[in-house]
Structures are given as structure tokens and as C-alpha cells.
Design a protein around this ligand. Sequence first.
Ligand code: TPP
Ligand code: MG
Length: 772
Amino acid sequence: MSAVGVPARHKNVNRAEVCDQNFIEFVKGWSGRSVAAAPALDAPVLPGSRCSRRDFEALFESQLISRHLDLMARVLRVQNKVFYTIGSSGHEGNAMVARLTRHTDPAFLHYRSGAFMAERCRKLPDMDPVMDSALSFAASAQDPASGGRHKVWGSKPLWVIPQTSTIASHLPKALGTAVAIEQARRIGHTLPVPQDAIAICSFGDASANHAMAQTAFNAAAWTAYQKLPAPVLFVCEDNGIGISVKTPNDWIHASFSARRDLDYFQADGLDLAAGYAQVANAVDHVRRTRRPTFLHLRTTRIMGHAGTDFEIEWRSFEELMAVEATDPLLRSTAIALEAGLHTRDSLLAMYEALRARCFAAAEEADRRPRLTTLAEVMAPLAPYTPDKVAAEAARADYGERREAAFGGADRLPEKLPPRHLAIQINHALHDLFCKYPQALLFGEDVAQKGGVYTVTRGLHKTFRNARVFNTLLDETMILGLAQGYANMGMLPIPEIQYLAYFHNACDQIRGEAASLQFFSNDQYRNPMLVRIAGLGYQRGFGGHFHNDNSIAALRDIPGLVVGCPSRGDDAVEMLRTLAALARVDGRVAVFLEPIALYMAKDLYAPGDGEWLTHYPPPNQAMPLGEGRVYDGSASGQPPGASPGPSDLTIFTYGNGVPMSLRAARSIAATHGWQVRVVDLRWLVPLNAAFIAAQAQAARRILVVDEGRQSAGVGEGVITAIVEAGAGARPLRRVVGADTYTPLAGAAFLVLPDEADIVAAADALAQADVAAA
Ligand SMILES: Cc1ncc(C[n+]2csc(CCOP(=O)(O)OP(=O)(O)O)c2C)c(N)n1
Ligand SMILES: [Mg+2]
């Protein structure tokens, strides 16, 4: 690295200062010629440009606002008044995308979208991009995007849906939103945006390589290949680098310019006069053709990746200066001066006025309240209005639609004899489809085949392609689609074929769907009901991947709800509540279906039919968190009954319920105990108060958890017991091993069984003897 010949100022470590000075010097030193008379407002800003003077003036101001927000952040970060320094400098050309689209085109933005936001703010009266951004930079509780939870680009009135920092994870839901915009018409759903809206999604050149991005490009092309509309504009803001890793020369063009069914456009984001028409072409194309479109927008990166990125430590001065010379604001300045829109002085005055405005806003934002309590932080995370949810879950005003769907009043499922779990889930889904005309069910093999286990059989026939459909084989995209439909006000019911394959796409729930209410201060919600088939004990089938018993990845997702039924009637009532939680409170609700119980009919002996249940009438639902208590019989205790004393209480869920009921019989016979089995039913969040009350009434406790020893539900149950002060009782846990599940009979070695439960009870009895 050689710094010979580099003026001292340019060696300044603080590249923000250098860029700022560069701008000022550029203006002062400009010696080009201005036209004699500035163009009229509607005339091209420069001869031949599609960008009018009016467009240019707006765009240029948006660019400068964005730049001064960046400069301000760098200064005030060190004073602890601002908490984020990833800027937009070099990317200000993205203002063109904002100007050429509408504020009702849902936008999923890159973190370098300051100018896009400033420009979009013009679409509505009384928007103040400077103050809004300042509040966000300051993590103020009044930040209109996230309420102070993160520095995100977001706005409810402007249809900018806040995104996480996980690069590329927003592409699947952007495509999902585009698909949803088109599908709404087919199901008669009224969209919250105009029918010809498009979805916009921006990201960097390095991010374009990410699996999450590639999944969306592929799914978009897969859709368009079938001549189905998917009006999404993918905007790749190519600055040639990702933090410190250079994108191979021309890679984005080489990789995307000839992709089948992903239409490629290029635009110069460094030059408003030239780039405007190019961006307009791409926007016009996607709006008109409804085809997925890739806009390759040339940008540069000024001032490093973030304030903490001291580029001179790893790049040469010459290289840095060469990059800084491509600053698009210098080009905009030249246009403004050349077109006679400004004198050098008036331009500098505008520059300084915007600087002052940004600093004043930041100082004001610093005086505004921040989040100061845990309750404030968590308020938007998991809204729960139990009365409204209960009323919605029990709402049954759709009777006539049911009769048509089930084939007549006498064939309504509540009039049929008791049936097993799979059938009752199937009936409940039919019911939800009658109740919610905006419900959609999709996933792998769910349509004509009716799912691997026929749980969705008949839905496609009754409700047709527009509402029940097979997706491509890609769990990330299935969950991305779900978020898109939810964004557009529908009720997505995606299916993940096996729990093991949820793990493949977990981030779409963990990082994305479940976090939206938090990062948007509950302004945006993506309600959905995710069905996941899982858990072990399938006889003679599958090995690990079809018998995955670990829900650890779901247990700690903030705001998520997970219900797991063990019998048909519970499944039906639980589904109604899960759908209501989604509709009323916008929750991401997971329904975990124990595959091995789908067809279970008997409980104690072959042919006893004790695991068949009646279909609950449509006005019956199960409150979130309510468990089922079995006192010596399979029928259960009425919900809410306060527990009398028991000699042994077994806490369990899923497959553990019938297993524990069988074990309970023999334990009662052997020890003469009054044995109670508690089906938790709701696994996330665990109802600690309910668990505590049950534990307090018990003399001895067994926790039967078919999950793994580490991070299983049982850990949560025992914690709730101990924290409630009920942990002094004799307590044992019967739980799966920390292993993957092997194929064939060996599968049962890793899972708890009835004999294990009986043996644990015997051990408790022996401990009694030892203590006596
Ligand atoms: C999934 C994920 N991996 C890593 C990161 C850390 N990270 C943040 S930005 C970035 C580089 C992104 O480069 P690019 O997509 O070109 O966007 P640019 O910053 O250049 O605008 C990386 C690696 C992240 N945010 N998310
Ligand atoms: Mg980049």
C-alpha cells in the first residue's frame, strides 16, 4: 500500500468527513458550464433525459437528506445519541425506484434505503423523513417504524414493511406478497393495496448469492415459467462489495442477465439523468407484464460498510479515493449546476441547511423518550386479547357454507360417529375454509393427493386450486409465501410436511414472521396457522426424518404459539383457537400434529375405540393455555376444575398422553395410587400457572416428554414446577435420548415408552419406602 502523493486530508481515518469535504470542494471547484436558462419543471433536466427538472429536484433533495442523515449518525454515534451507523451513502440512486413506484407498492427494503424512504415520503402529505429517521436512529420510543426497537426502514402509511438485518431473508416474503396480490382476485379477496400493485424488494450484490435470495429468484421464475403472475421487482443494489469481500467483476450481470423467466434490467444508480429512464423501464415492465423482474442497479459504497468499518485498514488509499470519486452526489451536483438549477452558493446553502435540519432533528429525537421498561419493549410482541379470541374461535355464523362443504345437513361432522385424529383435523380444516373465505392451504402434496397422510384430502376438490394448492418443494418459500399472503390480509395455512423439514426453513418463522410485530411496533402483522406434522412413534416407518421429536427450535421463538393435540376433538377446538389467534391478534400460530396418532382409534385394548372422539360443534373452542386433565378415565376432567389431591400426576403431551393413560392404569393397580394425567396441549408458551396448580395438588410428579432430554418441553415443565415452589415433591422425568432417531425397531430405543413410565413410578414408590 502506498500513500505517496495522496493529499494529507485524504488520509483521514474518518471517511465520512472526507466525503463531506469532497462534496463541498467539488461544488466550490466546479468549473463546468451552465445552460443559459434552467429547464421548465416538466422539461428534461438535461437534454435527452427522461428525468424532468421536477423529478430531479425531488430526487436530489432526497439524496441529500439521506446523505446528511448518514453524516449526522457518524457524528452523534460517538456521543451516544444515535445507535446505528450503517448508511445509505453511495446508494442514493435508489430514490429513483421510490419515485417511479407508488406508496401502495409494498416495499421490503435493503438497509441502504435512506434516499428511497425520503423520496417515498413525498407520496403522502405531512411526512417528515428527517424527523422519522432521526427518531429511529435515536432508538426513540416515538420512532414511527419500530417504536425504538431497531433502526429499520419502515412505515405503515407508506407500505414499507420493516425488515430484519438478516440479509436476503426478506426476498421470499416479497415474492409471496407479489403472488398474493395476484391471487386475491382469484379468491374474491379485497386487497389492502390496488390490484395492480407490485412488490418491491431491494438487497445488495453479496446478498444475491444467499440461499434465501436464490430460493426467491428460483420460485419467482418457477412461477413465471408456468405463466402465473408474480409482479415482484427485485432491486439488486450492486456496489461491488459485501463488507470487505469483493463481488467478482461483473458477477451480477453474468449470473442474472440471462436467467429464464426472471427479466433483467440494468440501471445506472449513480446518475439520475441517465438512470431514471432505465429504472422506469423496469418498473413499467413489472407493473404491465406482472412478471418477476430483476433490476440491476449500479451503486457504490461510500463511508464503509458501517461506522465501525475502517476501510483504510484493509484497502489502499488509492482504491478508497477511487471509490469515493464515484459518489453519486457529485454527479447529481454536476447535473444541478449544469442545468442551471443552482449556483454554487445556493447549492452549498441547501447542503448546509439540510445538514442543520438533520442535526436539529437528531438533537430533538435525543430528547424524546426511549424504551425504559421491559413491558414497553415486549408490548407489541405477543398481543393477546383472550375475550376477542374466544369469541372469534367460537363464532359459528357460517352454517350454510358448512352444509354445502360437507354435503348436506345430515353429513355435518358433529352428526357423525366418533372418529380418529386425522379425520377430525380434516373436518376442522374444511370448517375453517367455510368460516374464512380468505383462508389458503398450501404446501407439498397437499392438493390432489391430500397430503402424505391424507389429512387434507378433499379440500382441493371442494375449494379448488385458488385456495388449496401444491407449492414447489421448498420450505423456505412455503413460509415466505405464507408471510406474503398474510401481508395482504389473507389467512395462510401452510403445511410443513415433516417437522425435520421445518428446521430447513426455520428462520422464516424464527427470524422473520414471528419478529414482525416486534420490529414494527405491532403496525404490521403476519397472521398464519402453520401446520407441521411431526413427532415419533410411527410403527415401521421413517427413521429420523419422519419421526423428528425435537421442538426445541420452536420453544424459544418470542411470540410464537404452539399447540399439539393428542386426540381429534382437542385438535378441532385447538385449530379454531389458533386461527382466531391469527385473525384477531395477528399471531404466528403453529399446530403440531403427532403423526403416530393420526389413525389411533384404541386406547387400552385393540378394538376399544377409546381414542375416537366426537366432533365438537362449531361454536366450541379451547382457550389458549388450557390443558386437559384425566382423572382415572380417558374422558377427562372438565376444564378449569380445581384439582383435588392426587398420588401421582403425570405431565405430558402428544404421544405421551395415550401412553401415560395406559401406564397410569397399571401404576394405579400396582401402587393403589390415584393417578392423574395432564395433557399440556399448549407447548408454547407453557401455562406455568396451570402447571403449578396441578403440581401443587400432586404428591408425586412424573414428566413424560417424548422430545429430547436437552431443551425438551419437560425442562420447561419442571422449571414451572420448581419456580412455583412445588419442586420439593418426588419428581422424575421420562424423556427421549439426546440422539437422532434410527430406522426400524431401534427407533423405540430412543423414545420413552409405557414401561419407562411404569418404571419411573416404581422408582418414586421405592423412594417413598426409603424415605419412610
Ligand atoms: C444472513 C446474514 N449473514 C451475514 C450477515 C452480516 N452482513 C451484514 S451486511 C453483509 C454484507 C452484505 O453485502 P451486500 O449484500 O453486497 O450489501 P451492501 O452492504 O454491500 O449494500 C454481511 C455479510 C447478515 N446480516 N445476514
Ligand atoms: Mg454490496
